[in-house]
Write a protein that binds this ligand. Structure first.
Ligand code: CTP
Ligand code: MG
Length: 230
């Protein structure tokens, strides 16, 4: 039977938030962001969780996981210099079968809802690849040298969130073909899978599934965590 694994990408160091501690360890409602995120994946649909963490924070992660008795952890591995290499490292964390499903999720998105995770799993099982997106609310400008070059039609624009879910054989092929073409810094796995020629189905996410990127986001996340009724 094919298995479903959640890969929590926590290999970044949070340069844009400007805190000495990576943002996954900062607290919202008095609990580390990473723990909020991991708890969201303690679901019957998930067979195991793999955490990808920057090497120098592995020990701290082990302590934090113990402190909160986090369930379903199968592996804690070190990340790479780019999100692409962190996600590639996760492909070698376990002995996956070709038909296993891997859900890549940003550790910095602690408010993912279980219904969206389930939908992501269902659609990726049917189509091989699926990602969570929300419709753009702002108009987007494509710029070059400080001049506006193009205003794409807003109805066609989506903001990418996570999870992004793939059949193991597809994501493995996509990563290997990117590496053999010299691509090393693709910020999103769907970009790799599209480059490899696969279709990816859109799942509509929700606005609450924010990625904590700046200190402003951290304030909003703390507010959401404190006011959310579970
Ligand atoms: N990530 C990762 N490995 C990297 C870079 C990023 O696993 N080498 C993870 C981050 O930990 C985060 C997610 O990918 O959960 C999204 O990345 P981002 O928001 O860019 O986080 P950081 O890279 O930590 O932040 P910044 O870009 O501001 O430095
Ligand atoms: Mg980054």
């Amino acid at each position: 039977m094919a298995k479903t694994y959640a890969i929590i990408l926590a290999g970044g160091t949070g340069t844009r938030i400007g805190n000495s501690l990576p943002k996954q360890f900062l607290r919202i409602n008095d609990k580390p962001v990473l723990i909020h995120t991991l708890e969201r994946f303690n679901l019957p649909d998930i067979d195991g969780i793999i955490i990808v963490m920057a090497k120098e924070y592995i020990k701290q992660t082990e302590r934090t996981l113990k402190e909160y008795s986090v369930k379903k952890i199968k592996s804690l591995i070190s990340g790479g210099d780019t999100r692409q290499s962190s996600s590639y490292n996760a492909l070698n964390a376990l002995n996956y079968d070709d038909g296993d499903l891997l859900l890549f999720h940003d550790a910095a998105r602690p408010f993912i809802k279980s219904e969206i995770i389930s939908e992501c799993i269902k659609v990726a099982e049917e189509c091989g690849a699926a990602g969570v997106y929300i419709k753009a609310t702002d108009t987007i400008a494509i710029a070059e040298n400080e001049y506006v070059r193009e205003i794409p039609v807003r109805a066609k624009i989506f903001y990418a969130q996570t999870p992004q879910a793939f059949m193991y054989r597809i994501i493995k092929e996509a990563h290997e073909s990117a590496l053999s073409n010299g691509l090393k810094d693709i910020t999103d796995d769907i970009g790799l899978v599209r480059n490899a020629g696969y279709d990816v189905k859109i799942i509509l996410g929700d606005q609450e599934n924010i990625k904590i990127t700046t200190s402003f986001d951290l304030k909003i996340a703390d507010y959401i965590a404190r006011t959310q009724i579970k």
